[in-house]
Design a binder for this molecule. Structure first.
Ligand SMILES: *Cc1c(COP(=O)(O)O)cnc(C)c1O
Length: 378
């Protein structure tokens, strides 16, 4: 059997080995060394007026960001329900409660109207949410203008989970740079990777300095270890940053490639009735980290799961979209505002192979499998 075609497999065809070797020769592999600074500087430069702190995962970046926003025991934080568990788990690490909000049909991200309902609902209970976590799912920007308007109306800070949206823009501005804080993930399957890694993004220098301080165990600048606060061991390593720098050099190319893959899927699937795609609406420019489709079984005659099994038999990995967090057993007692939008996306959706090195032949093979399912029906 040929090698499995994965959803998102990393490509290391740039300076990764060279920089890694340089990091090894320098003797600095842990949380000191030249590559951390180089990586942060290059990333920050892309974001223009924003600065970044390299961390060891997207999850730790979210955890630290919530600490910086002052989230603690008993606090409520609004969070998009349609996302990976890592968006909400750090709220619970801090003794807080997530309040889940449904998505809107176009971007599949947090619905601004329901967001306002949720804020009003919590205020009526005497609980003002401490923060709003917005996610740019699969790389598609959320409706930031409407979201920021509501956030500022009620004076609640926005934390952008841009883990999947490195390189995506909204009205020409990079995702992750709209909120008080933003985060990226550089996990192995994301659009660029450091093995494992993440970053906090902000245009507030004091928050950036505080994030660095807390991520290295909150050490005071003294000849002995003295601590005024509880810190974390969350800093990015020099080894990870070496790989990250090489990956960052390729980011624009990777985004172009993933967008091409998405475009080609759209062309290949355009005559299949009942199969649709995530909308790249007017203000949005997606990195199309993953191409995702919605299968309307009433029209196609087959379900997303039936297609998934066919793909699997042919050595092709596909996966359902994120199961909304309000439907997760672990979060069953958590308040949810909304309807069935994210639930329907979960029940009908499928993520398709979207790796940068996916070939046209591979995409054609994927097309043929879908075509075959249609021919079985008719
Ligand atoms: C990957 C991901 C994270 C977590 O990032 P890690 O680096 O894996 O800890 C958080 N949120 C979303 C939406 C993600 O896709």
């Amino acid at each position: 059997m040929p090698q499995m075609l994965h959803l998102s497999f990393p490509v290391f065809d740039g300076n990764e080995s060279l920089y890694l070797q340089q990091a090894v020769s320098s003797g600095y592999l842990a949380t000191n060394g030249a590559f951390i600074n180089k990586f942060e500087t290059k990333l920050s430069k892309r974001l223009r007026s924003h600065q970044t702190v390299g961390l060891n995962s997207g999850t730790s970046a979210l955890h630290l960001a919530l600490v910086l926003l002052g989230v603690g025991q008993g606090d409520e934080v609004i969070c998009q329900s349609f996302t990976f568990c890592a968006s909400a788990n750090p709220i619970v690490y801090l003794g807080g409660t997530p309040i889940f909000v449904d998505s809107e049909e176009e971007s599949w991200n947090i619905n601004p109207e329901i967001l306002e309902d949720a804020i009003l609902g919590r205020l009526a209970l005497g609980k003002k949410p401490k923060a709003i976590i917005v996610v740019h799912l699969f790389g598609m920007p959320a409706k930031m203008r409407e979201i920021l308007e509501i956030a500022s109306k009620y004076n609640i800070p926005v934390l952008e989970d841009a883990a999947e949206a490195v390189g995506s823009t909204y009205q020409g501005q990079f995702c992750g740079t709209f909120g008080k804080l933003g985060i990226y993930s550089f996990n192995g399957n994301k659009i660029i990777t450091t093995g494992g890694g993440g970053a906090i993004i902000s245009n507030d220098t004091s928050l950036i300095e505080k994030a660095k301080y807390l991520s290295t165990q909150a050490r005071e600048d003294l000849p002995f270890y003295q601590h005024l606060e509880i810190g974390f061991n969350y800093r990015m390593t020099n080894m990870a940053a070496a790989i990250g720098l090489a990956q960052l050099e390729k980011l624009d190319q990777f985004v172009q490639k993933r967008r091409q893959i998405n475009q080609r899927y759209r062309e290949l699937f355009k005559d299949f009735p009942g199969i649709s795609f995530q909308t790249e609406y007017d203000d949005a420019y997606s990195n199309f980290w993953l191409t995702t489709i919605i299968i309307d079984e009433k029209v196609t005659g087959f379900s997303n799961d039936r297609l998934r099994v066919q793909f699997f038999k042919n050595g092709i990995e596909t996966r359902f979209l994120w199961k909304p967090l309000h439907l997760q057993p672990v979060y069953k007692t958590v308040p949810f505002y909304g309807g069935l939008v994210s639930e329907q996306l979960f029940l009908k959706g499928l993520c398709l192979p979207s790796s940068v090195n996916l070939s046209e032949q591979d995409q054609y093979r994927i097309f043929e499998i879908v075509e075959r399912e249609f021919s079985k029906i008719s």
